[in-house]
Design a protein around this ligand. Structure first.
Ligand code: ADP
Ligand code: MG
Length: 690
């Protein structure tokens, strides 16, 4: 970097020491830090109006003469009002708890106020407008264009930030090295760095602002995509995996195990998986499919293909309940085969666990089914060929490393619990290849969803009772295990008590939650599977994967506590067999408006991908796709929920660059490569690309 860019901010003109210290607390030390500290938003006060022509709640600017200055109240609760007049009308500006504003105005001054006016009685009012004090006659004074708004820190005002950034831009906008090669800028219509820096901080118009922002968003996403491409390349070159071929005969042998024809979606995903498995480079594939689309079949096929090739395979599930369910499914599929499979979960006796571990090291066990915790316990395998991670997309770069031995890596197949919004798939999961499993197995009936108000609750329970009397089963899900004073949300213990004494008094109820010990959980699930209990009152431990075809009604208590994708998973527990499914969302007496909107949006669609997108837009990446889980540093200017189109461009650009210059070794790409390593070298382990 040019040394003048690394110079401390205090080398700019007129920077008080205290201000420099405050900026440092915000992480702004050098001139370069200021140049690349992009505005959070812009204020647009170019819309100048006569007072009589103002519109409510829109940012506008008026110019007038101060007629009156009034102030009320004292310390802590003061109010300053300033009335201005132009030829058409009068307006009052108001400041609360800023008593000092009083002394800044006196009748006769010409001032410019910018803000969003409201109609108060007969007069327009602006609260805390931006003010410019004008020379007597010059109406055109004051700021032109769009005004940058920076996020601030204690001790630094907007005014300070604007002044300092302007000084940095004036002196140094031409100094930083251009990162984007000219052909790339031409191809994607992006301005050069110097122009972009000038425009992003002080745009004359929207076009300048937008093109400058687009350039920096593109750049940030391009660097990320290059890092992900570098990681894929490194992985391909750096690790060896066993070639697991599936010939016609083996394919037929595996298919015979499934009691149904595969769907077109399953066929497509299987073909992609089989192609990957046959290579000596590790597969890193993510299978996405809506709840109930039949992802397990893809997993089982891959596991059996691996074992048939003489390698060990492991299937990891997020919960013990699901691991046991998979073990049972596999046991029945493999009744007549010689495959030696074992369950390894926390709930087993120590002795038994030790036995399974020994069997895996010795190679006496072909197939292990367990929870993700299996990885933490450092289980060793004699000849691991494949790891399938079910219903879990949070399986990051680091966890995958746990199953490698030196240069040997198993193949990885990751199945998602939740459809992943497209943009996240290209970033957080950008180092994986993706198979999309679309369509549902034939004969599925859609689940009908109802938003049930308290007044309608007894009718809903009547409906549940009728289904139970017809021989069906039901789930009731609540967010908490036990009652809490901290929130009004429902608990399973309280729900169970209330239902057992009330609406469902005549039926056999079971309880299941995460705080029960493993064998009790197992017993509760088993009792439900065997229809000994008719209703399972549970927390979200049954959220993913659980497959009981006779259960047809899902009741969610306090649905406002769940994300849409989570509700979708819960709803996916019913409607899995030949019976139609129903989902009732029992909303509280007076739900918050936003929560109700979300729930109604949920009830209106059964498309898991659409819901995941909606959830993402409404709540951000949230807990399901938090940045922390991805292990990637946060983005500065790009916003995945908003910048999907730029992301696609950046991804294409990265692919093109990598196709012609895989290690980014060309001198024209040196700056990009440096930036990629600086930003993602550590988090993506990009030791020595190229
Ligand atoms: P998910 O994608 O949610 O993991 P599962 O793999 O659990 O879905 O499959 C849901 C249900 O559909 C299971 O009961 C499974 O046996 C059944 N199933 C899967 N594939 C098919 C198919 N091709 N035809 C009919 N039923 C199928
Ligand atoms: Mg599943």
């Amino acid at each position: 970097m040019d040394s003048s860019l690394a110079a401390p901010i205090s080398t700019l003109p007129r920077v008080p020491v205290r201000l420099a210290e405050s900026l440092e607390r915000k992480g702004l030390r050098s001139v370069a830090d200021l140049l690349f500290c992009f505005p959070r938003e812009y204020e647009d006060f170019r819309d100048r109006r006569a007072i009589a022509d103002l519109e409510a709640d829109v940012a506008q600017t008026i110019v007038g003469e101060v007629i009156e200055v009034e102030s009320k109240g004292g310390f802590g609760k003061s109010r300053v009002g300033v009335v201005v007049e132009d030829q058409t009308d009068a307006l009052r500006a108001m400041w609360f708890n800023q008593a000092f504003m009083r002394d800044k105005f006196h009748p006769g001054q010409r001032v410019q106020f910018s803000g969003k006016p409201k109609r108060k009685g007969l007069r327009w009012e602006m609260v805390h407008p931006r003010v410019a004090w004008l020379e007597d006659t010059d109406d055109s004074a004051g700021e032109e264009g769009l005004l940058a708004v920076y996020s601030l820190t204690e001790g630094v005002s907007q005014h300070h930030m604007r002044r300092l950034v302007a000084a940095a831009v004036t002196a140094h906008a031409d100094t930083p090295t251009e990162v984007l090669p000219a052909p790339l800028r031409d191809q994607y219509g992006l301005p050069g760095l110097a122009d972009a820096l000038r425009w992003i901080h002080a745009p004359r118009n929207e076009a300048q602002r937008d093109t400058a922002r687009r350039r920096f968003i593109f750049q940030e996403l391009l660097v990320l995509q290059l890092a992900l491409a570098a990681r894929r390349l490194q992985h391909r070159l750096g690790f060896r995996a066993p070639e697991l071929a599936v010939d016609r005969q083996l394919d037929a042998r595996i298919r015979r195990l499934f009691p149904f024809e595969l769907t077109a979606g399953q066929e497509k995903a299987l073909a992609e998986v089989a192609t990957d498995l046959a290579l000596d480079t590790p597969m890193n594939r993510l299978v996405q499919g809506d709840v109930g689309s039949g992802k397990t079949v893809v997993a089982l096929y891959a596991l059996l293909a691996c074992v048939a090739n003489g390698y060990q395979a492991v299937l990891l599930a997020p919960t013990e309940i699901l691991a046991r369910q998979h073990a049972a499914t596999l046991a029945s599929l493999l009744k007549v085969s010689r495959v030696r499979s074992r369950l390894l979960v926390g709930g087993l006796a120590e002795r038994e666990k030790a036995e399974v571990r020994a069997g895996l090291v010795a190679g006496d066990i072909d197939l292990a089914i367990g929870t993700h915790a299996l990885l933490q316990e450092k289980v060793r395998f004699a000849k691991l060929g494949l790891a399938v991670i079910d219903e879990q997309h949070k399986f990051g770069v680091r966890q995958r490393a746990a199953l490698r031995q030196g240069q040997h890596s198993p193949h990885y197949l990751v199945m998602t619990a939740t459809p992943i919004p497209r943009t996240l798939c290209m970033t957080q999961f950008g180092d994986l290849d993706v198979s999309v499993l679309d369509g549902l197995p034939p004969g599925r009936q859609p689940v009908s969803t109802y938003v049930v108000r308290p007044a309608e609750a007894s009718r809903w329970w009547e409906f549940v009772r009728k289904a139970l009397r017809d021989g069906r089963q039901a789930y009731v899900v609540a967010p908490l295990v036990e009652e809490s004073d901290a929130t009004a949300a429902a608990s399973v213990e309280e729900s169970l008590r209330a239902l057992a004494e009330g609406e469902l008094a005549d039926f056999r109820l079971g309880l299941l939650h995460g705080r029960m010990n493993a064998s009790d959980k197992d017993a509760a699930m088993e009792a439900f599977r065997l229809r000994e209990t008719q209703v399972l009152v549970s927390t979200t431990v049954i959220e993913v994967g659980v497959d009981v075809a006779n259960a047809t009604i899902m009741t969610v208590v306090s649905p406002e506590c769940f994300g849409l994708s989570q509700l979708h998973q819960l709803r996916g527990r019913v409607g899995r067999g030949m019976h139609a499914g129903y989902c009732g969302l029992l909303v509280p007496e007076e739900p918050a408006e936003a929560a109700l909107q979300r729930i109604e949006a949920f009830a209106a669609t059964t498309d898991g991908f659409a819901l995941a997108e909606l959830d993402f837009r409404m709540r951000g990446p949230g807990d399901l796709f938090g940045e922390r889980q991805s292990g990637l540093p946060p983005l500065h200017i790009a916003d995945l929920a908003r910048d999907g189109e730029v992301l696609v461009e950046a991804r294409n650009a990265a692919a093109d660059l990598f196709a012609t210059d895989p290690g980014l070794k060309h001198p024209d790409h040196a700056a990009l490569r440096r930036q990629m390593l600086r930003r993602y070298g550590a988090s993506l382990d990009l030791g020595d690309v190229g």
